[in-house]
Design a binder for this molecule. Structure first.
Ligand code: BDR
Ligand code: CA
Length: 307
């Protein structure tokens, strides 16, 4: 069975590998790639998405979207992703973006798709939040929303907040409240997707394809996580795609999630109630454990299928 998805992203080193995984996976039908500013500005993330899809030999339509959050100022993350978003790895330029705005494209696809569509968000939730808040009835044609965002413990941008969550907390709150099933790959999930130099070396040995090489080159630029004892770099965004391709790689837990939208130091925190302490009904599923061996084997195998 093919799962139709819209992939909303901000490439971004780990977004790049998530895009390759999605395009290489026959379980998925990627209807559109929608792009926001996030890790770096939209002036980089959009050309990056176009270059990555072209390198993969895909003609999936790519749409430019929001270049700043619903509220507040845009903040990038060049320490992890480099000034250009791909760690300085230069790819041949891709084609042109579609003229339609990403938010309009998301709404049009949801309005016209003959079957429910899975929304995958691996960047700030602005494009998804705008689409769902301007035409809420379209949520009825959303099968599932899979997000790499948030943390049940500490954040990676502030002590309280993960990067995608704090980049547009209001948009994320809209998405969480839309009434459709939400699945979260949090920082605790992605810490288990620890991409070590040995894993990269193993991938490189799989072949000489341009996408496999680009994936390894791009991931090789990511600083090893101080938070994870410099053992490797957490490969965040591919976890969201892997959930749809092979959910058996994960164990899950149903939880309630509330966004902290306050102005204080906890702004952007995803307050996740794993133990039912609040009595609030579950509004999301978190991916709690990952079979890392299976995950990295899946990625290597899929990257090897691409040109
Ligand atoms: C998330 O933030 C970005 O830097 C990554 O691309 C990922 O989507 C991890 O916190
Ligand atoms: Ca991302």
């Amino acid at each position: 069975m093919h799962t139709p998805i819209i992939l909303d992203c901000d490439p971004g080193t780990d977004d790049a590998l998530a895009i390759f995984l999605a395009l290489a996976s026959p379980e998925l039908d990627v209807l559109a790639i929608t792009v926001a500013g996030g890790n770096v500005g939209l002036e980089h993330t959009l050309p990056n998405a176009l270059a990555l899809t072209a390198l993969a030999g895909s003609d999936v339509p790519v749409y430019g979207g929001a270049d700043h959050p619903l509220l507040g100022a845009f903040v990038s993350e060049t320490r992890v992703h480099g000034e250009d978003g791909l760690g300085g790895v230069v790819l041949p330029p891709g084609g042109k973006a579609q003229p339609e705005h990403a938010v309009d494209a998301i709404r049009r696809i949801l309005r016209t798709s003959p079957e429910p569509v899975t929304l995958v968000g691996i960047g700030p939730a602005t494009n998804l939040g705008l689409a769902l808040t301007t035409e809420p009835a379209l949520a009825a044609n959303v099968r599932e929303i899979v997000l790499m965002t948030g943390a049940w413990g500490e954040g990676n941008m502030t002590p309280a907040a993960e990067f995608n969550a704090i980049s547009d907390p209001e948009a994320l709150a809209i998405v969480l409240a839309c009434g459709r099933p939400v699945v979260l790959a949090t920082l605790e999930t992605t810490a288990q997707a620890l991409c070590t130099p040995a894993i990269l070396a193993g991938w490189r040995a799989l072949g000489a394809g341009q996408c496999l090489k680009a994936a390894c080159d791009i991931q090789g630029t990511v600083p090893l996580n101080r938070r994870l004892a410099h053992a490797g770099a957490a490969l965040h965004d591919p976890c969201a795609i892997a959930w749809i391709v092979d959910p058996c790689l994960f164990t899950t837990r149903d939880v309630s999630v509330v966004m902290d939208l306050g102005p204080g130091p906890s702004r952007g925190r995803t307050v996740i109630d794993r133990w039912g302490r609040t009595g609030a009904p579950a509004n999301a599923k978190i991916l709690e454990t990952l079979d890392a061996t299976g995950f990295f084997a899946l990625l290597g195998e899929r990257f090897s299928r691409l040109p």
